[in-house]
Write a protein of this length. Structure first.
Length: 265
């Protein structure tokens, strides 16, 4: 472990190099970079203040599609655990499991940025193995934020993985996934086609400019079986000041075009 200032740290972890950098503008707020890429931002004083738009959208989607009250949430991919911290504050009493492959990274985060919630459990495991070991119909929300570099590993983006997520969800539950893509959004189109093999309702949430084929960015994949949830999501995103858009129904079919689902090899 090497100190780069009075508080900033560079730490060798299982998947490379992690940096914890204090936010110069916010006391007790931290940026986590993994292998040089900004991965998470955490505000320990107020976990509901989220700096990254895509994580804020995760929280907004959950708020829109899920009923009020505590939830059982499975997070596949931990990072600095920004979203679990936010949900603990927004929905007290929620039972959350956070699956992280990198033990050293999880140890760093939980030591330097402690989780103050006894209902949140951190599990060191492969995301797919943890998902497949989850009891059927035991979870309200599954959040997948799993990357190797800037790509989602193939084994967590297949029809069979989506079917395992569907089995783990209670009726009315939701699967949410973050991906990154660039025009012409080949990865996102294929992932949407893949999710339609397991779920009756699929939507893509992203900046309007990205959906029009401009730039690089995050897209949230939202999948479930409740059409009313998608309608609520559409109304919520329509009020989003960041100009996000929801593609679903006929527009999603046009978005997917000829993309084919990914299956286990």
């Amino acid at each position: 472990m090497k100190r780069v200032s009075d508080r900033a740290l560079i730490v060798r972890v299982d998947t490379g190099t992690a940096e914890l950098i204090p936010d110069p503008d916010l006391p007790d707020a931290w940026l986590l970079r993994l292998n040089g890429t900004a991965q998470s931002h955490v505000n320990l004083n107020d976990p509901t203040l989220i700096a990254f738009d895509y994580i804020r959208r995760f929280a907004d989607v959950i708020d829109a599609v899920c009923p009020p009250g505590a939830l059982d949430v499975l997070h596949l991919g931990g990072g600095a655990m920004t979203l679990p911290r936010c949900l603990s504050a927004m929905r007290p009493g929620s039972g959350q499991r956070v699956v992280e492959l990198d033990r050293a990274l999880a140890d760093l985060v939980t030591t330097r940025l402690p989780l103050d919630d006894p209902d949140t459990e951190v599990i060191i495991a492969d995301a797919r193995a943890a998902l497949e070991a989850t009891d059927p119909a035991s979870t309200d929300v599954i959040v997948a934020d799993i990357f190797t570099g800037n790509k989602v590993p193939p084994h967590v983006s297949t029809v069979e993985f989506a079917q395992a997520a569907h089995r783990a969800l209670r009726p009315g539950g939701w699967y949410l996934a973050n991906i990154m893509d660039v025009a012409p959004l080949t990865v996102a189109r294929r992932q949407a086609a893949t999710l339609r093999e397991a779920f009756s309702q699929v939507a893509v949430v992203a900046d309007a400019a990205l959906l029009r084929g401009r730039g690089t960015g995050n897209l949230l994949m939202v999948a479930g079986d409740d059409p009313e949830g998608i309608r609520k999501l559409t109304r919520r995103i329509a009020a989003d000041p960041t100009r996000a858009r929801v593609e679903h129904g006929p527009r999603l079919a046009d978005f997917i075009r000829t993309a084919q689902p990914r299956r286990d090899e």
